[in-house]
Write a protein that binds this ligand. Structure first.
Ligand SMILES: Nc1ncnc2c1ncn2[C@@H]1O[C@H](COP(=O)(O)OP(=O)(O)O)[C@@H](O)[C@H]1O
Ligand SMILES: [Mg+2]
Length: 244
């Protein structure tokens, strides 16, 4: 069997109904993402970035089309299997951090495994140290800066050793200096073999990604790959996907 991409979306359509109106968030969106890639999905507000990440991360289901991750059609799984899939494969990072205000930094890092008997507290501590928060274990989110909160969120995303990290506007609420550090951290994770998909309209973030894909009105408008020997242009394949 030929190797398939780690993440494959084919002809994704996602619409939202609000009252009597419908919004098409994704319009036959196809993309292949290989294991070990760092891909930036760029597009203006409302272009469908969050909808796409939610489908790749099995937080939502498409109206039609397929999301295949590790060769499993995750859109066909039942709720319980989807939860298990997320837990073992995906680390999520959000624009507004989504930390629990009443929990300390280290407790927040442990949230994805809060129902497990054995709490890997040592690992959570190591992760916080790794993101530069070795002296903030017991701080509540309210005592931390935006950049520090996002680091806690990154440590939380790593607690299950996910194969894939999905980050939705990860630098949307932090200053540009801190954003630079966060992006370096992403780069490090990518160098270690993690696959990253970043939705962003921050050029700084997108510029560090190996692959940049542009989305508008739920459609891919342009894909670009960076390679060591210069830039390689990619054109959307039939159905809006990206060629290698
Ligand atoms: N839960 C929702 N209910 C209704 N409309 C939504 C919902 N989520 C997103 N949309 C609409 O779908 C389109 C794409 O949104 P989104 O995926 O959030 O784009 P982006 O993340 O690029 O800003 C937008 O027009 C948005 O208003
Ligand atoms: Mg969004």
């Amino acid at each position: 069997m030929p190797d398939r991409p780690l993440i494959e979306t084919v002809d994704l359509v996602k619409t939202y109904r609000v009252g009597s109106s419908t919004v098409k968030a994704l319009d036959h969106f196809s993309i292949d993402i290989e294991e070990g890639e760092m891909v930036a999905i760029m597009g203006p507000s409302g272009s469908g970035k969050t909808s796409l990440l939610n489908l790749i991360g099995a937080l939502d289901r498409p109206d039609s089309g397929t999301v295949r991750v590790k060769n499993v059609e995750i859109d066909r799984l039942g709720e319980e299997q989807r939860a298990r899939f997320r837990k073992h494969n995906i680390g999520f990072i959000f624009q507004f951090f989504n930390l629990i205000p009443s929990l300390t930094a280290i407790e927040n890092v442990l949230v994805p495994i809060m129902f497990e008997k054995e709490k890997p507290t040592r690992k959570a501590a190591d992760l916080l140290e790794r993101v530069g928060l070795g002296d903030r274990f017991d701080h509540l989110p309210g005592m931390l800066s935006g950049g520090e909160r996002q680091r806690v969120a990154i440590a939380r995303a790593l607690i299950n050793d996910p194969l894939i990290i999905l980050a939705d506007e990860p630098t949307g609420n932090i200053d540009s200096e801190t954003a630079r550090e966060i992006v370096s951290l992403f780069k490090e994770l990518n160098d270690e073999g993690k696959t990253l998909v970043l939705a962003t309209h921050d050029r700084l973030v997108a510029g560090r990604a190996k692959v940049m894909v542009k989305i508008r009105d739920g459609r891919m408008v342009r894909g670009k790959a960076h390679s060591r020997d210069g830039m390689m242009s990619l054109s959307p394949k039939e159905g809006g996907g990206r060629e290698k």
